[in-house]
Design a protein around this ligand. Structure first.
Ligand SMILES: Nc1ncnc2c1ncn2[C@@H]1O[C@H](COP(=O)(O)OP(=O)(O)O)[C@@H](O)[C@H]1O
Ligand SMILES: [Mg+2]
Length: 222
């Protein structure tokens, strides 16, 4: 059984002047251990779909099941914090926290004791290739690729098995982008995560186990 099941999901934005049907009747099943790429033009609904899978908005129609249960019936706060993690193009690190504090913070939010949280944070920073010399740096003292790796370590530390990456290489040069993609693929295949990568880079999409294209709110498998 899949980890996440998206069933006939639709979502629209309604402004005063117009209604935009951003996601139209999308179905998709994500399994642990696999990498999914979603490609598609700007405005085709990729980020909206990710937002729905992350529990940051509810589908208007259809449902999303995590481990067989509708996310409507799960504690959303917990779902967002522990079950689904989102990686953004802009990294979204806390600028006034050091590298290690960025990773520790969400753990402390869920009640993990500081010393324990520190050990978990170290382990995950290690797994993304960031050693002790990075712990006390602030995000503005890191390269883009390093920032993205901190964001990934922070997501991993929560124990989430679902990693939703919205154009994770969009702000990186090719070499750093490749490193981040390789890391995400390793996490899926070695640590048994379900990884979704939204990208318009076809060379990245080619490395995924399954590729989908979003077109005007509709999703098709390539
Ligand atoms: N907060 C919003 N309010 C109104 N319309 C939005 C909002 N976010 C996205 N949209 C619209 O929804 C459509 C899909 O957007 P998005 O999911 O961001 O696409 P993509 O990530 O593929 O570029 C676009 O037409 C976009 O303008
Ligand atoms: Mg987008």
């Amino acid at each position: 059984m899949g980890l996440l099941k998206v069933e006939n999901v639709s979502y629209s934005y309604q402004s005063q002047y117009q209604k935009v049907e951003a996601v139209r009747n999308v179905s998709l099943e994500l399994e642990q251990g696999k990498v999914y790429a979603i490609i598609g033009k700007s405005g085709s609904g990729k980020s909206t779909l990710l937002t729905l899978m992350a529990g940051l908005a509810f589908p208007e129609e259809g449902d999303i099941l995590y481990g067989g249960e509708s996310i409507r019936s799960l504690k959303l706060e917990e779902y967002r914090r522990d079950k689904a993690s989102v990686i953004y193009q802009t990294f979204n690190l806390f600028p006034l926290m050091t590298v290690i504090e960025n990773v520790i913070y969400p753990l402390e939010l869920k009640g993990v004791k500081h010393s324990n949280a520190r050990d978990i944070a170290k382990k995950h920073l290690e797994s993304v290739g960031l050693g002790e010399e990075y712990y006390r740096r602030f995000p503005n003292m890191l390269s883009g690729g390093e920032r993205q790796r901190v964001a990934i370590a922070r997501a991993l530390a929560t124990g989430s098995k679902l990693m939703l990456a919205d154009e994770p290489t969009g702000n990186l040069d090719v070499a750093n982008g490749d490193l981040v993609v390789k890391l995400l693929i390793d996490l899926a295949h070695k640590d048994n995560l379900a990884v979704v990568i939204v990208t318009h880079d076809l060379s990245i999409a080619k490395k995924a186990d399954l590729v989908f294209e979003m077109q005007d709110g509709r999703l098709t498998q390539m």
